[in-house]
Ligand binder design. Structure first.
Ligand code: ZN
Length: 164
């Protein structure tokens, strides 16, 4: 590496790429307080896919104090409970990965046996399925989508109750 000549400015170090969850909401905002926000994820075929994001940039769950860890998990479990009550999915997946965006966030994902990724994760390739499965999934998805407004209202009420 060559040293800068007198009068030249030294190259500035490369700025870290901006964190997607510090610069954008990460979904359609349903509820938030100063600690965290809960979002509806729209860029997925799975209706009810919900995300809970810690507001401050923290890399790992163990970067949160114990009280904050409990607060976040209470919110995640509240989302799961309301999803089960309102959308009645076959299964709920809870995922905290952060390999692409290392900012603490949880995915709360309702799953159905005929959804396009089942039984793999929703980040997997679409699974080969039969025409009958696709038809069943079309019906399940339409039913779940019709219940989304009720799910979101119930979720907001439950989160308000958690923090009142
Ligand atoms: Zn961040």
């Amino acid at each position: 590496m060559t040293q800068p000549e007198a009068g030249e400015t030294a190259p500035t170090p490369q700025a870290a790429p901006p964190c997607a969850l510090c610069s954008e909401a990460g979904g359609h905002l349903l509820w938030q307080n100063t600690a965290l926000r809960v979002l509806r994820v729209d860029d997925t075929p799975l209706p009810g896919f919900t995300r809970a994001v810690w507001q401050a940039h923290r890399r790992e769950m163990t970067d949160l104090c114990a009280a904050d860890q409990q607060l976040l998990m209470r919110v995640v479990f509240t989302v799961e409970k309301v999803l089960r009550a309102e959308l009645a999915p076959h299964k709920v997946n809870l995922a905290q990965l952060g390999n692409r965006v290392a900012h603490v966030h949880w995915h709360i994902i309702p799953r159905w046996p005929d959804d396009p990724y089942f039984p793999e994760s929703p980040w997997s390739a679409v699974q080969p399925g039969t025409a009958a499965q696709a038809a069943r999934w079309g019906q399940q998805r339409a039913q779940a989508r019709a219940r989304l407004p009720r799910y979101e209202t119930a979720l907001i009420e439950a989160l308000d109750a958690l923090h009142s």
